[in-house]
Design a protein around this ligand. Sequence first.
Ligand code: NAD
Length: 275
Amino acid sequence: MMDQRGVIDDLPAIGFGTYPMRGQRAVEAVVSAVHAGYRLIDTAVNYQNEDAVGRGLDESGVDRSEVIVTTKLPGRDHGYDATLRSFEASCHRLGSEVVDLYLIHWPNPSFGKFVDSWRAMVQLRRDGRARAIGTSNFTEEHIERAADATGVLPAVNQVEMHPYFPQVGLRAFHREHGIATVAWSPLGKGSALFDEPVVRFAATRLNVTPAQVVLRWHVQLGSVPIPKSADPGRQRENLDVFDFDLTDQEVEDIVALGRPDGRLFGGDPNVHEEL
Ligand code: NAD
């Protein structure tokens, strides 16, 4: 079995999301995020900001070896050879020979090629070009198909997760298989969530913001949220969730905000297709 613990054991409790920032705005956001203390930065080919993330890392003055950078293979590059080519292009844009955490962005099951991409990623991991490999938006079934074909489980599965869509079943599956859950749209895109009474009451009790309550909820559940903000003040606020605790009841009550149709983006991995 391939050992991917190197990167995963070092996975920070909170990361930084970069979509939809691009260009100079993204460079500046990455510099301020790194200075705020983020050591996990999330990008993707489809965000069109891998180059800006690379520049931001260089301008931050922090050594690349201290930051875990995630990037993701787009649907149009599924397939064994196409994955290898796409990986090289990502490395070029990031300005790095190695990718810390390389994910398949969406399974695009109707294409029928994510297993071939996974085989290529296993090879990239063996060659030391990807320090760890994982998936995004994979269901239990997609993970099982990739693992059955290669004997290699993803180190992480990055999925939509927030109180309206708490991924109870998938997180249990991840735990059983030693897969880390990374949560995208962890704040529910800064939505109505912040006005939910259970979130507001906890924020008042603890003298923190609703966003901090939601991020602390992720941390206590063991998922790794990757909130996005271009604002340095909010970037710091979103990392500052390690000196208070939600009660078990508060954690449970926030999980109870979940609903079957709680996805905010409509991205059901079984049908969503993204090139
Ligand atoms: P998010 O939950 O991080 O919400 C972002 C919104 O919340 C922004 O409008 C931001 O201004 C606001 N916000 C941030 N901090 C705040 C605070 N402290 N108080 C109030 N508002 C605050 O949602 P997102 O940007 O959709 O997701 C985060 C990251 O996840 C993305 O940037 C991207 O890197 C990743 N992502 C991955 C996928 C995938 O398919 N793998 C899909 C979507 C997003």
